[in-house]
Design a protein around this ligand. Sequence first.
Ligand SMILES: NC(=O)c1ccc[n+]([C@@H]2O[C@H](COP(=O)([O-])OP(=O)(O)OC[C@H]3O[C@@H](n4cnc5c(N)ncnc54)[C@H](O)[C@@H]3O)[C@@H](O)[C@H]2O)c1
Length: 355
Amino acid sequence: MNNYKFALVGCGRISGKHIDAINEIENASLAAVCDIDISKAKLVADKTGNINYYRTYDEMLQNEDIDIVNILTPSGMHAEHTIDIVKKYKKHIVVEKPMALKLEDADEMIKVCDANSVRLFVVKQNRYNLPVQKLREAVESGSFGKLVMGSVRVRWCRPQEYYDRDHWRGTWELDGGVITNQASHHIDLLEWMLGEPVSVMAKTNTYLADIEVDDTAAAIISFENGSMGIVEATTATRPKDLEGSLSILGENGSVVIGGFAVNKMETWNFKGLSETESNSIIEKYGEMPPNVYGFGHQRYLEHVIDCIENNKQALVDGFEGRKSLELINAMYESAETGKEVFLRFHPHKSKLGKR
Ligand SMILES: NC(=O)c1ccc[n+]([C@@H]2O[C@H](COP(=O)([O-])OP(=O)(O)OC[C@H]3O[C@@H](n4cnc5c(N)ncnc54)[C@H](O)[C@@H]3O)[C@@H](O)[C@H]2O)c1
């Protein structure tokens, strides 16, 4: 079994999840970290023990022997960092969600990784939540019969201080609003369960935060299989996080996964299933995470290694990561134009990723 050496680009809020996950994986090790704010890189290196830290990824990748680079920088920088690193150093890339903000950036990332024969993985760790995996099994095996409706709700609390903490948050150029930053996981899950979206109608608003992007959004999606999707997302829930949930309804059953991070099986009702059987599924898949990021990073990075080691197809490669980005851009296009937007499409009015 090979040992895979990881390096982190960006030592901010999400870096702890990656470090904890890498530390738990038998055939993985964290070799080095970098951050343009060197004090953050030092902090991480000191906490982690025996690793080198750098200010730039160039210094890091010129001095270290690395297999996989995790891009944990602000969302609007993912494309630039991925493309530069792959062209210069030809490393496999794990990029945090959303993979990029502009569709053309996502396309370029996919193209450059392909041209340099490296793998591109987009972090969608919630797909590895146990109740989500169980739901996906039920969808794949046809247990729902005709799919009727899927809903996601993101009711989280992000006060002004959250947006003020870092210059990139709440901006069109580097972050996007609640649809892009917080709800992108849930939108990805909705598409994973219901398939190809055909069109979307969306409205957005900014209620409680002084930011240029949306803190609240609602959208109705039509899927190719005839089902309907609803997205309700806000960071204007007060005074604290309420839920991050996913419901799927079909002619034979209903499933609700709730908790803060789509981590807790709340309802598992299928025709012909006794209450005892339903309750045992609810108990078995009722994991509660310590915070909204959930447990999935370790499972996700184990999958990354498995794909590289055994030449397997990635669950969320660049093309799969691009899908939810396209739907997100279509939501913004609809919110700007007041019209239903049909996919596939080329954004004209979506401000995402633009100055
Ligand atoms: N999967 C999840 O659940 C999840 C959760 C939180 C954040 N994220 C994503 O992770 C990314 C980072 O979010 P965060 O909350 O950690 O942000 P953050 O602002 O806390 O950290 C980003 C770090 O990147 C550093 N940086 C910027 N440019 C750099 C460069 N050129 N080289 C090296 N470092 C550089 C910054 O100095 C900063 O420390 C975002 O894209 C966000 O959407 C994902």
